[in-house]
Design a protein around this ligand. Sequence first.
Ligand code: ZN
Length: 228
Amino acid sequence: MNVATEDYLKTIFNLTQQQDRAGTKDIADRLGISQASVTGYLQKLAGSDPPLILYKKRDGASLTEAGTRWALKVIRNHRLIETFLYRTLGYSWDRVHDEACRMEHVISEEFEARIAELLGNPTHDPHGDPIPDRNLHMPDEKALSLAELQPGDVAMIERVSDSDAALLRYLEKNRLVPGKRLTVKERSPFDQNMTLRIHGVRGKVVLGPSVAQQVFVEKEVRHVHTAA
Ligand SMILES: [Zn+2]
């Protein structure tokens, strides 16, 4: 267990969900450290035995199979701990992430297995993020952000970004939580603000693009009948 290594692996894993390689600058931004120290650490991870990442200064970093397994293990710990804090200890959903960021590095395999069993092997954490199973298989879930929807679209909220506690409180207050269905009523042409109706909730909610990008949805497919 090495906290810094695990944070690097987790960060590279998350960044490479959207692109092939994680750039030094992106990693530095996410971890809040200088690009020079990131470069040094990435070289170390690439030179470990077995190598945890593939790294070329110009292209950035990607995880090897060993690095991926390790990252998934930390992510599994993180999301199980969040679920445990939320369901069993009664933490609110905006307070579980920081605790989990610390504990994910230190719990034993036995502790992990016991939480999973106690919780009935949950598949998703309180923010709707999928939990890799015990064989470290991560369910494949497409990430479509709310910001990509158009007026008339109906969708269900699957998960929300978990790292900003204030954002989580705001989303909860507006009932923008996993499992809720919504309809996009309008999108303003220049600032891309979205007006939403949340099913089962009175009134409408207006969201700016920076919030909409942190809410992930599954769009409902409308059945279009073509003339036979
Ligand atoms: Zn979290």
